[in-house]
Design a protein around this ligand. Structure first.
Ligand code: NI
Length: 250
């Protein structure tokens, strides 16, 4: 069930049976020569959409711009500052709390978001911890985040589909997931070198000089719609189970 495709009475009815919502969260940043700029936002969105058929789950709007300052050397990349992202995540959370949501599952598609998501959680919990004692009991807020590739069993499937050159950025797996989600967006691009270099980076200029075509450690020319479908099916099964357990945990 998609929040954007629901009416408010339908959301109210959902709240009578569940207090848990899933928010796909990603980034808008270059993904190498054949990967879509929206890859990190599209992957959790596509996986969430495949999971809707498997379990009763409300999926909120995709938080689609994240921490991508290091990708700004490539056309189309957009970023939030960490402080902005924390503030926006807090406003999204407070809006949902007002309606009675108590468990918010952020399904993440971008490794660069992880530290800031954790900082946002700390900020949100801090406000509650520092509030003066009150007679009204605050709601039982629980925030969870998970990277989609860390859903149980998903990494095994990715390694099986791409034994070499899955890589760290513009991975074959994530590009395959977007191709399966949008089969009319498949690109065929020669990669040179076949597998991109690996290493660290600092800011946008440093990243571009170390990784001239944007990839890190990957050969995403291996990505196909079929392989993407296999990964999505595994991720959706795993997400359905993980979401249910989060919704039901004591
Ligand atoms: Ni990515």
């Amino acid at each position: 069930m998609r929040l954007h495709l629901s009416t408010w009475p339908e959301v109210e009815t959902y709240l009578n049976r569940s207090r848990t919502i899933l928010i796909p969260i990603g980034s808008t940043e270059q993904h190498g020569p054949n990967g879509l700029v929206g890859t990190d936002a599209l992957c959790p969105e596509i996986i969430a959409s495949a999971t809707e058929d498997l379990t009763d789950m409300l999926v909120g709007p995709t938080f689609s711009v994240g921490i991508a300052q290091h990708h700004l050397g490539f056309a189309g990349s957009m970023t939030l500052r960490p402080s902005t992202m924390i503030a926006v995540m807090k406003d999204w959370t407070d809006s949902l709390i007002r309606h009675g949501f108590e468990r918010i599952f952020w399904l993440n598609g971008h490794g660069g978001n992880v530290a800031t998501i954790q900082a946002a959680f700390a900020e949100i919990y801090s406000e509650r911890s520092l509030a003066p004692p009150s007679n009204t009991k605050p709601n039982d807020l629980r925030l969870k985040s998970m990277n989609w590739w860390e859903l149980p069993s998903v990494m095994d499937v990715c390694r099986r589909e791409f034994p070499t050159g899955d890589g760290m950025h513009a991975t074959a797996s994530e590009v395959a997931v977007t191709y399966a989600g949008y089969p009319d967006q498949v690109r065929s691009v020669e990669m040179s070198p076949k597998i991109a270099p690996v290493g660290g980076f600092r800011d946008a200029d440093d990243y571009r000089s170390r990784f001239p075509d944007g990839r890190i450690g990957s050969d995403p020319s291996q990505a196909t719609v079929e392989k993407g479908k296999t990964i999505i099916a595994a991720a959706a099964n795993s997400l359905a189970d993980t979401f249910r357990r989060f919704a039901d945990e004591a």
